[in-house]
Design a protein around this ligand. Sequence first.
Ligand code: G6Q
Length: 539
Amino acid sequence: MNPTKLKEWETLQEHFKEIKELHLKDLFNQDKQRADLFSIESCGLFVDYSKNRVNERTMKLLFELAERLDLRNEIARMFNGEKINRTEDRPVLHVALRNCSDRQYLVDGIDVMEDVNRVITKMERFSDAIRDQSFRGFTNKPIKNLVNIGIGGSDLGPLMVYESLKHYSLKSLRLRFVSNVDATHFIEQTMDLDPEETLFIIASKTFTTQETMTNAQNAKVWLLKKLKDPNAVKKHFVALSTNYEKVTLFGIDPDNIFEFWDWVGGRYSLTSAIGLSLMIALGKEHFYRLRKGFQMMDDHFEKEPLPRNLPVILALLGLWYNNFFGCETHAILPYDQYMHRFPAYFQQGDMESNGKSVDRDGEALTYQSGPIIWGEPGTNGQHAFFQLIHQGTKLIPCDFIGFINSLHPDKDPHQKLMANFFAQQEALAFGKTNEQLKAENTREDIIPFKVFSGNRPSTCVLANKLTPETLGSLIALYEHKIFVQGILWNIYSFDQWGVELGKQLASRILPELKKTSPIAEDHDGSTKNLIDYFLKHQE
Ligand code: G6Q
């Protein structure tokens, strides 16, 4: 259903004309209870969305739109294991991966929880064996270095969570991530490691991805250069994959394959076997707590009525800015250095899921779909791009994510961090007027440059402490937000055909660069020239 053709959309359009004229100052003045009205505490998160350009009627109309688009049923369809990823003919069941209860999740009538729990148990055993040093390398040395080789969904999730939960990690283990096919990545990440103490975790759902396979082969060469004997591969490589055949062909011991399934999308896979590196680094208890946090938000999302449902609220606010205010981007700003890869993780999560321009019937969209997601941790961002958010010509809705308590004992830096956290949201919403500047005796001619218009929206997500549970809930919050927006925009969020064409063309160009094929005549003039120039100057 094209949402823009609905009467609910039309009503929102009419309503938008009133709202766009209102300043957040007016909205707060009109309703003294506004902060309470637009705050929800659930799953260990306190979410205040009162500094958004909405009033009660806006939210009511947005919820009506969601109801009209059958959101409740669509949520149920995902949880019920229906093949909602229609273009790949697959269910979308990442929620099963973090199900710690005895609930069943069915795919084609078969409960997948048996498989999920079997792999989790296998991961736990392996993780314990690395941590207690009972699993040893080929020369009987304990494993001290883990190198996860994977890309996209097989890299960003474990990397982001490892960074976010580093505080909880085993300090005697080093975890590195290699993703880029650029040799620099592998070389720089391994140059100080001893092969005898290194385990490579090859994370690839398909086990065919060019970057990962290249890096895995390089890793094999690197290992055998020191260990000589090809049998060493069995002791220094494990695989996280759905492709048993290709993994065994590579020489990895079938016992060291940690499987997952087609119904797990790459960018939603971090609580599957793809999280093995994390489980080893953090320990199985912390990994379990992370899954519990995910599950808490999954339950909330499945059961809470729409007006109390956090992912739904964030999704509707996003739609409001994207499709009515015409905002093109959305910033995610964690005020926590550990979470420095969180925006990049959801850059993939959101943009690969909702960066689509045809609807579920294959028709070209006549309205905007997914926004550009970006962000950096605070306070660093404040000294960089915040200028544009405060005074630029573009309206950028921001999510501020912060924690009440630090993981470190010294309170002073944390209080400073959080003073900035609150201040930025206040400044964005309420700005600074001409009059205020005059009252401060600001030089007349520079007043225009110092005015802050305000009325710039933000949502505050506050949690007690960065724990595995909280992080799990936060990730699931954004995952489900993305799902809801896909439904609202009538697009398929769980495929990613947009990454294919470049891969195909690269495989055609590669032999041209290796000079095993002539430069194809049917390249466009620019590409032909560039390849030609490259070949002429190649050393
Ligand atoms: C994620 C995407 C993509 C994928 C990578 C790696 O949803 O599908 O980022 O994860 O292309 O794929 P493999 O795990 O198959 O190597």
